[in-house]
Design a protein around this ligand. Structure first.
Ligand code: FES
Length: 616
């Protein structure tokens, strides 16, 4: 049964999502890809999650009344963490309530890094040469830019005389760090874009960012795709094996990837009214194998004991050399890795979360095809990689899919199964957050036992009454019907099978065991950390209570679990918008101690223990 869904439109983006009646606005925002700041974990005590309801503002809650003046209440101001969706809403989210917008800002509360991109443009009138001014073209260009030390490469020197003389010496100079990247005729300052890529094993995310002084990175367009390399296997090991087992394997993997990245750039440019030639720099985060493949570096050593990377530090490469069809002079900055199985995506998470800047011990868990866990603070950082497999990204799940339109992202089971579908239409499959919900709710209903077994039909009827009818046999195994045939997009009933539940158990056990081992290494109890940050694009939002109920997370107070969305992408954006963030990324990469779980005897016992579901 698909419960009534309601539309929430977020401004100023104009982005609409559909959520189940009663869902909180933070959840709807997560579904729209907007991560809200929730310092008190949604308890209604900090007053930091302020939003303005522009249409259909509901009655204020007691927490609203404590935090807003009567005028603000009248104006539609509410706390997002307390605001339940009971009608279609239009909500405006101010800058200060947005989690990542606070990271790169030139001003405002919470600003941590200035807007200071590596590429910038300046309009210049270069003094013409004369009998009394015999300086070279390059020297006169440098002089007007006020930088004696600015580097100019030979390709530019070859083009410079024609560009200067054909345009009355009025040109736009594109600077990249201390290098003059190019010189363009006339005034092109109004167009300066950069692209930040998050290259995951299963999912690719690209963000086009306006880097002009006018926009300061605030104008962004985002798109995502399934990594086309999934045809060569759904995890990094199968990609490494493919690269090693075929003469042109690495090249094929690389070309598949870059072709898709180029397609994404085209789509983004079309949406933004820009041309690929207007994109002057790219940044990349990704797991270590993906970064190696993108750079054309053989990832074979990552796949063999002792599983080391070929290169750890950040790499700058001409974008065209990497196969990216953006501005012909553009640079591509690939952020540094930490180890063979902890990549620059984790560096991005640490960077964006700010966990390396404070004294509190924070744990960040990034759930993608692998699960990376980092714990630490400004004194020490420790990371590990958990071989979780791609279940939470919908792979290896019978009706699994990524968290895109049509995916079941929420499951509630009372007298019947009710599902929330991204986009609000009929379900086409189930994504990671829906899976966690489904398993947790089935566990609560007693239909799945602590070992993960779906009860036989008769047992289920005895245990759960009429609800037990959702248990059935499907493709030779026990299964639970989540959506009836008539209510799904494909017309077929949508099942959660016994094998799916085993996949969820394997994935959550790997992550949970990693959490236990890394916390012990750091010398704290997993529940003793001040906050757990959940990163990852799987559904943009999971119910924290359900993540605990299936044992994915330790039994820590909800108020100390924060959802930070796609923090890896945020890290790539920071590196694009702020040059200093690249240095910070290098420091994180060097400082973080990596522990290899397979080499820890205690990992096996933690893993076995974490396979079962906690008693209710
Ligand atoms: S009051 Fe909403 S997160 Fe703190």
């Amino acid at each position: 049964m698909t419960r009534e869904t309601l539309r929430v439109t977020f401004q100023p983006e104009g982005r609409s999502v559909f959520v189940l009646r009663g869902a909180k606005i933070v959840e709807a925002a997560g579904q729209a890809g907007l991560v809200l700041n929730q310092p008190c974990g949604g308890e209604g005590t900090c007053g930091k999650c302020r939003v303005e309801v522009l249409e259909n503002a509901p009655e204020p809650t007691p927490a609203d009344l404590r935090h807003f003046s009567p005028e603000e209440i009248k104006g539609g101001w509410r706390l997002a963490c307390q605001l339940a969706v009971v009608s279609n809403l239009v909500v405006s989210i101010p800058q200060e309530t947005r989690f990542f917008e606070q990271v790169v800002l030139t001003e405002g509360e919470g600003a941590r890094h200035p807007f200071q991109p590596n590429v910038r443009k300046a309009f210049a009138h270069v003094v013409e040469a004369s009998v009394t001014d015999q300086r070279s073209d390059v020297d006169r260009l440098r002089a007007v830019m006020g930088g004696e030390g600015l580097k100019v490469d030979l390709a530019l020197v070859r083009e410079l005389p024609a560009i200067l003389r054909r345009n009355g010496h009025h040109v736009t100079v594109v600077l990249e760090g201390d290098q003059i990247q190019s010189v363009e005729p006339g005034d092109t300052r109004g167009s300066l874009w950069g692209v930040a890529f998050d290259v995951g094993t299963t999912t690719l995310v690209a963000t086009l960012m306006d880097l002009t002084d006018r926009a300061e990175g605030r104008t962004q367009v985002v798109t995502s795709r399934t990594n086309p390399q999934v045809h060569f296997g759904d995890d990094v090991v199968s990609r490494i094996t493919y690269a090693a087992g075929h003469t042109d394997g690495l090249d094929r993997l690389r070309k598949r990837l870059t072709a898709c990245l180029n397609e994404m750039v085209l789509e983004l440019c079309e949406k933004a009214g820009a041309e690929p030639e207007d994109v002057y720099e790219g940044t990349v985060v990704g797991n270590t194998t993906m970064s190696h493949i993108l750079l054309g570096v053989d990832p074979a050593p990552i796949g063999r004991a002792p599983y080391v990377s070929v290169v750890r530090e950040a790499v700058d490469i001409a974008a065209r050399e990497a196969g990216l069809e953006i501005n012909r002079n553009a640079n591509l900055h690939v952020l540094p890795n930490i180890a063979g199985f902890v990549g620059s995506d984790t560096v991005g998470v640490v960077l964006a979360s700010g966990m390396a800047d404070g004294d509190d011990v924070v744990m960040a868990i990034d759930i993608g095809t692998n699960g990376e866990v980092v714990i630490g603070n400004r004194q020490r950082l420790v990371a590990c990689s958990c071989a979780a497999g791609p279940a939470f990204e919908g792979a290896r799940i019978r009706f699994g899919m990524r968290a895109t339109e049509g995916a079941i992202s929420k499951v509630v089971i009372n007298d019947a199964v009710e599902v929330g579908v991204i986009g609000g239409g009929m379900a086409s499959g189930i994504c990671g957050s829906g899976l966690i919900d489904a398993v947790a709710e089935l566990r609560a209903a007693g239909i799945v036992d602590p070992t993960g077994r779906i009860l036989e039909s008769e047992e289920a009827l005895r245990q759960a009454g009429a609800l037990g009818r959702i248990v059935t046999e499907f493709e030779g195994q026990m299964a639970v019907e989540l959506v009836a045939g008539g209510s799904s997009k494909t017309g077929r009933a949508m099942m959660l099978t016994q094998r799916d539940i085993r996949e969820v158990q394997l994935a959550k056990a790997a992550i949970r065991a990693g959490i236990e081992v890394i916390a012990a290494e750091f010398g704290v109890d997993p529940c003793g950390v001040s906050r757990i940050l959940l990163a990852g694009g799987f559904g943009n939002f999971i119910r924290r209570s359900n993540a605990r109920r299936i044992g994915l997370l330790p039994d820590i107070g909800t108020e100390r679990i924060e959802f930070i969305g796609n923090a890896a992408s945020a890290g790539a954006k920071m590196a694009l918008a702020c040059r200093d963030c690249r240095r910070a990324a290098e420091t994180v990469s060097q400082r973080t101690e990596y522990i290899e779980l397979a080499a820890r005897p205690e990992f096996q016992s933690s893993y076995v223990e974490a396979m079962t579901f906690p008693e209710l």
